[in-house]
Design a protein around this ligand. Structure first.
Ligand code: FAD
Length: 449
């Protein structure tokens, strides 16, 4: 008779939890996972996937406008929000089913209930007591909103994917990537869009050139982007909602989306009583192997608030599984994580910002290019593309690549491999371009700025 019901009990079948469960089971562990909501977690149900489908919907606006320059004449066009929502829901239901099959096929016991930690090896799951040699916290995060009068009239990204109707005017509060992406989506879908951020410039942590370049491109497209704009109150008025800003100006909208940050979903699941140390944000404090202050309790993904992205949660899940069941201590590697902001135009980035690179590496060379993409010579679009490489002067190694422009995420993914391999600027220079593409600019920038 085994000492525990399971070798591993995972709380949360989202990006990280599903992968940790499957890999652990494949390594021979007896695994159960609890999920209290839809399988696949934030990314599948309320995050990356529906968001990217909305981004594709938004992109058609440019495509329709640009078509004329290439000789196409289109008839009248209409957009049906309800069709987009229904089709998106159908795809998510399909993905939920795939996640279920993946877990079952891997031999993982799926328990669709709320789980709560009782002590270092015991959980209460849907009214049942279950024991496990190891417990993995993969509970993700949730939106957080400030305590502004009238905040009850605002929605978060959790609700935006189910909006019954496309609003005529929207105010989006926040300066992170989620707020910025939704500003692009709603604007392109024909909604009068205002993005309000209380800081001096949005997308804190991204390269400064990238931030200001995107701001000017978004403004040129017609997004009303307001920085140093602090919301003081929201009230319901005839015909909509009124947002009052700290500088006494007012703004009317039909919907308000708050994307002002996310907090780890770690409270009220028994962690503190079990002795698991949390930081001031509620994130589980973990060591380099993702182990918490209680040796049998581990944590990954947004619950640890390290880098809150799906591929990172998945990577951390695989690492915990290997550490526990493959007999190899496997710390996650958080260096060189590429990411994208699916704004209009999008950002792709890998490596530190120029300012951070100066702090980290001291002597650096910066290569920067802005240009008009070939396609836009016929569309008449004035939009420009920004590309930037940062090179460590001593070693010649390319330490960062940043881009704002069409397909930036797709392009930077490939360059992220080169950077991971330690590619130098000389090796970039020795690589021939693919002509005519925008991406070739990354291998033809010759003079540092
Ligand atoms: P999650 O995927 O959130 O999974 C946690 C799961 O745990 C949930 O299903 C939850 O129901 C369950 N759970 C919680 N508590 C309990 C409990 N007590 N009992 C049972 N079950 C429980 N990342 C990207 O990489 N690219 C993107 O483009 C991107 N876009 C995003 C857009 C939006 C709008 C948002 C909100 C996020 C986006 N992210 C994106 C971030 C990404 O979704 C998260 O980083 C990722 O989902 C984190 O995975 P996780 O496993 O930590 O948590």
């Amino acid at each position: 008779m085994a000492e525990f019901d399971y070798d591993l009990f995972v709380i949360g079948a989202g990006s990280g939890g599903v992968r940790a469960s499957r890999v652990s089971a494949a390594l021979g562990a007896r695994v159960a996972v609890a999920e209290e909501s839809a399988l696949g977690g934030t990314c599948v149900n309320r995050g990356c996937v529906p968001k990217k489908l909305f981004v594709h919907a938004a992109q058609f606006r440019d495509d329709f406008e640009d078509a004329a320059g290439f000789g196409w004449s289109l008839g009248s066009r209409s957009f049906y929000w309800s069709t987009l929502i229904a089709n998106k829901d159908r795809e998510i239901a399909r993905l939920n089913g795939i996640y279920r099959d993946l877990l079952i096929d891997a031999g993982v016991d799926l328990i669709e209930a709320h789980a709560r930690v009782q002590d270092a090896h015991t959980l209460e799951v849907g009214g049942r007591m279950i024991t496990a040699a190891h417990i993995l916290i993969a509970t993700g995060s949730e939106p957080s909103m400030p305590n502004v009068p009238g905040i009850e009239f605002a929605m978060t990204s959790d609700q935006v994917f189910q909006l019954a109707e496309l609003p005529r005017r929207i105010a989006i509060v926040g300066g992170g990537y989620i707020a910025t992406e939704f500003a692009g989506i709603f604007h392109a879908l024909g909604v009068t869009t205002t993005q309000l951020y209380r800081g001096p410039l949005f997308l804190r942590g991204f390269d400064d050139d990238v931030r200001s370049f995107l701001a000017s491109e978004m403004r040129a497209r017609g997004v009303d982007l307001r920085f140093a704009a602090d919301v003081e109150s929201i009230e319901k008025v005839a015909g909509g909602l009124r947002v009052r800003l700290a500088n006494d100006s007012v703004l009317e909208a039909d919907a308000i989306l708050y994307a002002t940050g996310r907090i780890p979903r770690t409270r009220s699941i028994g962690l503190e009583q079990a002795g698991v140390a949390l930081d001031e944000t509620g994130a589980v404090r973990v060591d380099r192997l993702s182990r918490s202050s209680v040796p049998s309790i581990w944590a990954i993904g947004d619950a640890t608030h390290r880098i809150n992205l799906t591929p990172v949660a998945i990577h951390e899940g695989i690492c915990v599984a290997k550490t526990l069941f493959a007999g190899v201590d496997t710390p996650p590697d958080h260096t060189g994580v590429p990411s994208a902001v699916f704004s209009q135009p999008p950002i792709g980035t890998v490596g530190p910002s120029e300012a951070a690179a100066r702090d980290l590496y001291g002597e650096i060379d910066v290569y920067r290019s802005t240009f008009r993409a070939l396609k836009d010579t016929l569309t008449g679009r004035e939009e420009r593309t920004l590309m930037k490489l940062i090179v460590e002067r001593a070693s010649g190694r390319v330490i960062a690549a940043h881009m704002v422009g069409a397909e930036a995420g797709e392009i930077i993914q490939g360059f992220a491999v080169a950077l991971k391999c330690g590619a130098t600027k000389a090796q970039f220079d020795a690589t021939l371009g693919i002509h005519p593409t925008s991406a070739e600019e990354f291998v033809t920038m010759r003079d540092p700025v």
